[in-house]
Design a protein around this ligand. Sequence first.
Ligand code: CA
Length: 234
Amino acid sequence: MAGKQKILVVEDESSIASFISAILEANGFEAMTAHGGREAYSAITSHCPDAVILDLGLPDMDGMKIIRAVREWSTLPIVVVSARTHERDKVEALDAGADDYITKPFGTSELMARIRTALRHTHTSGGVAGGDSGTFRTGELTVDYDKRRVFVSGEDAHLTQNEYKIVSLLSKFAGRVLTYDVIIRELWGPGAGGDNQILRVNMANIRRKIEKNPAAPEYIFTEVGVGYRMREGN
Ligand code: CA
């Protein structure tokens, strides 16, 4: 056996910890658990897991602290599990360096999608700066990085330059949430400021061009108060 990927589950509620572990093991991963922040941090440093699923509400330490501490020396994928529905916590976790988040209660397929996406992005890091060639496909949508065009069912969607840049950026991180700030900075530079309005207008136009029903998008989803997430590639 080539060695299973090892996932550390940090969760103080043991029923949830064993639920997540069981899902991981059923999907071919090795699961380890830690029930508090200190235990988690020492497991990360001594066992070098391939990814961490991290509950933010721990008895002995705020999960946010662990993210910041780990990010000082590691790009280890971290998927935050949060019972908190406050968007600000999600944004804060992402800003601190978490790769993604999942909100309780969640289903098996959602959890596995987040983990697989987070693992994949560490192996293809380089992200935005990486080679802009080839294509990305999801459903009937194709992003052609050479032509800098987006096609739906083979038809050119006639996106503007900015619209193309947004779709292209999201496609490079398909499956993963990108915050409004990250998208704005990536598109308009670090001085662009935190105004989401231009982004929202662009997204409305993009959806009119690529979605069958812009009110119920199938390619680019809104993560309320956080950002956008593109559907995973085919
Ligand atoms: Ca908890």
